[in-house]
Design a protein around this ligand. Structure first.
Ligand SMILES: [Zn+2]
Length: 153
């Protein structure tokens, strides 16, 4: 049975991890994080509604095991089910990132990650005031570096 969180997003999709699956790691979110995941799904519905196209979720929730396997920060919003890495087929990532920054009222971070072939990270907060931070991530000499603003890689 697939648990539908909102009209277009399922628990399976929000807790899917290609790395976790490959390594056989558990990535089932604990019940107390479900309100966070619901919040993300509601914002993704807003994005889907605007573009009229499916939003593909590459990663939302990450268990501690999955998060360390992908090299995520221990304080990553993904750990708490408060972020999604998304793409929309037919929409340039930079346009998606800019739209999110302009129209999703309570985002904490929008990160344009690794240019046109990467994805858009959108993160939220549960209790603290959103920082409304805009960043671009790029690989420089094999390291991930972040620049302020959403800029073409
Ligand atoms: Zn992310």
């Amino acid at each position: 049975m697939t648990l539908q969180i909102t009209k277009h997003f399922t628990l399976a999709e929000m807790s899917h991890s290609a790395t976790g699956e490959r390594m056989g790691l558990n990535n089932t979110p604990p019940a107390d994080l479900m309100p966070n995941i619901l919040k993300v799904c509601e914002r993704l519905e807003q994005i889907r509604g605007h573009f009229g196209l499916p939003v593909r979720v590459l990663s939302c929730y990450r268990s501690p095991e999955v998060n360390s396997a992908v090299g995520g920060s221990p304080t990553s919003a993904h750990r708490f089910g408060l972020a999604a890495d998304i793409v929309i087929e037919g929409v340039a990532n930079i346009d998606l990132a800019r739209w999110c920054a302009e129209h999703i009222a309570d985002y904490d971070q929008v990160i344009y990650e690794f240019g046109a072939t990467g994805w858009v990270h959108i993160g939220f907060t549960a209790t603290t005031t959103p920082r409304k931070q805009l960043l671009s991530a790029a690989k420089e000499s094999g390291r991930t570096v972040y620049h302020g603003g959403i800029e073409r890689a």
